[in-house]
Unconditional design. Structure first.
Length: 319
């Protein structure tokens, strides 16, 4: 920590080794931004639950207490403002995830854990769908994609650190050093270039596929890597984020992380830290746990409220 502060005072960059030694330090602005994204994500999932899950649960327990909330949720889900804000928040969250990758020393382990949690959600949602046919099965969702992206970052970054050690002259060392340091980001940029040149484009704030797959059995497999034209993979995976372009966006974010948090800029927001941001930062620090728990909690609350009839307690009269 003291060595990092000394290098900042001398206007020198923070090295990878020093960054690892200082890895326990948290940057509140990252936790805060991630927390805001997670809160908005939870609200979005809550609206979906009101629109789709709540009416089913209400019917199951013989109550129409969710009708007003369902109408509001459908209005929200179809509102054009959501179509604009949601992709911005999603991409911002993935960029922040890429920044966070550069502050961890066990990204391969974290990536594997995240992917396994995604597989666990696939198992649970598939079992629920077999019994109730709610259409909530998640075959390849945000946790699967993030898990693969983090694993990819970890492996590419290991290669990059080897490249950084190459070079004989000072000039060649600088070139290899830059290329190795930003290799994950460079790979992300190249993958996004491949996507926009050959695979897809942006239309109405959405990523739209340009590739067609004639073999029906291959469409679900290809959809894991990128969207397929005129094929709705959401029918098999309610939560769906393809590796391209979203995984590449995570890798792109790693470039910001290395440029800012391995330089004298790393403490640019330290003075603004305080008690005011603690609740949101807490959510941002425990994103994975909050994501898994809120999926279970929303359904549990809906079922308990329907069973016991907690209409006024949930303030549903306001809808």
């Amino acid at each position: 920590m003291e060595q990092n502060q000394l290098r900042e005072t001398q206007n020198l960059p923070i090295t990878d080794a020093e960054s690892v030694c200082d890895s326990k330090k948290r940057f509140w602005e990252i936790d805060f931004a991630r927390g805001i994204c997670v809160i908005l994500m939870i609200f979005d999932h809550l609206m979906y639950s009101f629109a789709v899950v709540a009416p089913f649960v209400g019917t199951l327990f013989g109550t129409d207490m969710w009708s007003g909330a369902a109408e509001f949720a459908v209005w929200y889900w179809r509102h054009p403002v959501r179509d604009v804000i949601r992709p911005i928040i999603v991409c911002a969250f993935f960029i922040i995830c890429g920044v966070s990758c550069t502050l961890s020393r066990s990204e391969i382990k974290r990536g594997a854990l995240t992917f396994l949690l995604g597989c666990g959600i696939t198992t649970v949602t598939s079992i629920v769908d077999l019994g109730f046919e709610l259409g909530i099965t998640i075959l390849f969702g945000v946790l699967h994609m993030l898990g693969v992206a983090m694993l990819s970052y970890g492996l590419i970054d290991k290669l990059g650190k080897r490249i950084e050690k190459l070079g004989t002259s000072q000039k060649s060392k600088n070139v290899y050093g830059f290329f190795g340091k930003y290799l994950p980001c460079i790979v992300g940029i190249l993958l996004l270039a491949v996507y926009f040149i050959w695979l897809g484009h942006i239309e109405n704030m959405k990523f739209v596929s340009d590739i067609e797959v004639k073999n029906e059995s291959l469409k679900p497999i290809v959809s894991i890597f990128t969207q397929v034209k005129n094929y709705n993979f959401v029918q098999y995976s309610h939560d769906y984020f393809a590796l391209l372009p979203y995984g590449a966006i995570v890798l792109l974010g790693s470039g910001i992380g290395k440029a800012v948090y391995r330089s004298k800029l790393r403490n640019y927001a330290a003075k603004a830290d305080g008690k005011w941001n603690k609740p949101v930062c807490f959510i941002g620090r425990h994103t994975l746990i909050v994501y898994v728990v809120h999926l279970i909690l929303i359904v549990a609350v809906l079922e308990l409220a329907s069973y016991f009839g907690f209409h006024e307690w949930l303030f549903l009269d306001m809808f």
